[in-house]
Design a protein around this ligand. Structure first.
Ligand code: PGA
Length: 265
């Protein structure tokens, strides 16, 4: 494939599903299947459990970006159960996801905590993927935009425009669209929210920094809706859960959406 065209971001968070040996097998297979795709046009990433990180980094061999599912906001300290940036760095991990819906809604993390995690990650030079999304109640009450703007303004409140442009990605994952029982957002709705997120990022960071931040869609992406989402102007990538945990299945989604993204130029 040509090196020209837009950069596409495709990846998966494997949540608490794969053991280290399963993650390693999954990543090795994915790497094999996607070996011919230029990494200048595709950033392919996998975010496995902490215990899988060393074997995942080895299996990825630099061709698949490996990230952590969250990270503490201090280098060291009395924070039982947390993992620090120094610990990740030592494993060769320089990418971290912050504020996944399950962290916010199962473990009750707040925007303020996400902001501490994001600024610590960026301070350490990590590529940082902040997840945001409104709940079903907020959507029904017509509060989606307010909720998203608040998550962005608080979560990113400590970053400079230069840091944001250099290190930050956003994943828009409506809470009602995620996981078993989730209803995928329509391509129209997702695109509308992405446009709003991009506009808000430009308000927070100004131009050109705000418009350099990739915004990925996640929440029940599957083989049936992936191409429709990829065709939308404001969607820079797809962040996939269940439909990506089988390497062959993920690979066929990758092959189907890449030309759709590329066609947008
Ligand atoms: P899903 O998960 O694709 O299984 O809905 C998405 C996510 O939680 O990031």
């Amino acid at each position: 494939m040509s090196a020209a065209g837009r950069k596409v971001y495709l990846g998966t968070n494997t949540k608490m599903f794969q053991t280290a040996s399963e993650a390693s097998e999954f990543i090795s297979r994915l790497r094999l299947l996607t070996g011919d795709i230029s990494r200048e046009e595709l950033t392919l990433f996998v975010i496995p459990s902490f215990t899988s990180l060393p074997s995942a980094v080895a299996a990825a061999n630099g061709e698949i970006l490996i990230g952590a599912q969250t990270m503490g906001w201090e280098d060291r300290g009395q924070f039982t159960g947390e993992i620090s940036p120094l610990m990740l760095e030592e494993l060769g991990v320089r990418f971290v996801m912050i504020g996944h819906s399950e962290r916010r809604h199962v473990f009750h993390e707040t925007d303020r905590e996400e902001s501490l995690r994001v600024s610590c990650a960026v301070r350490h030079g990590f590529r940082t993927l902040l997840c945001i999304g409104e709940t079903a109640e907020q959507k029904e009450a017509g509060q989606s935009r307010t909720a998203l703007a608040e998550q962005l303004r608080i979560g990113l409140g400590q970053l400079t425009p230069e840091q944001a442009a250099r290190h930050l990605w956003i994943a828009y994952e409506p809470v009602w669209a995620i996981g078993v029982g989730g209803v995928p957002a329509s391509a129209d709705y997702a695109d509308e929210m992405h446009a709003f997120i991009k506009e808000t990022l430009c308000q927070i960071f100004g131009q050109p920094s705000g418009s350099k931040i990739p915004v990925l869609y996640g929440g029940s992406v599957n083989p049936d809706n992936a191409e429709k989402l990829a065709a939308r102007a404001n969607i820079d990538g797809l962040f996939i859960g269940r439909s990506a945990w089988d390497a062959d299945r993920f690979h066929s989604i990758i092959r189907s959406v890449l030309p759709v993204f590329q066609k947008r130029g």
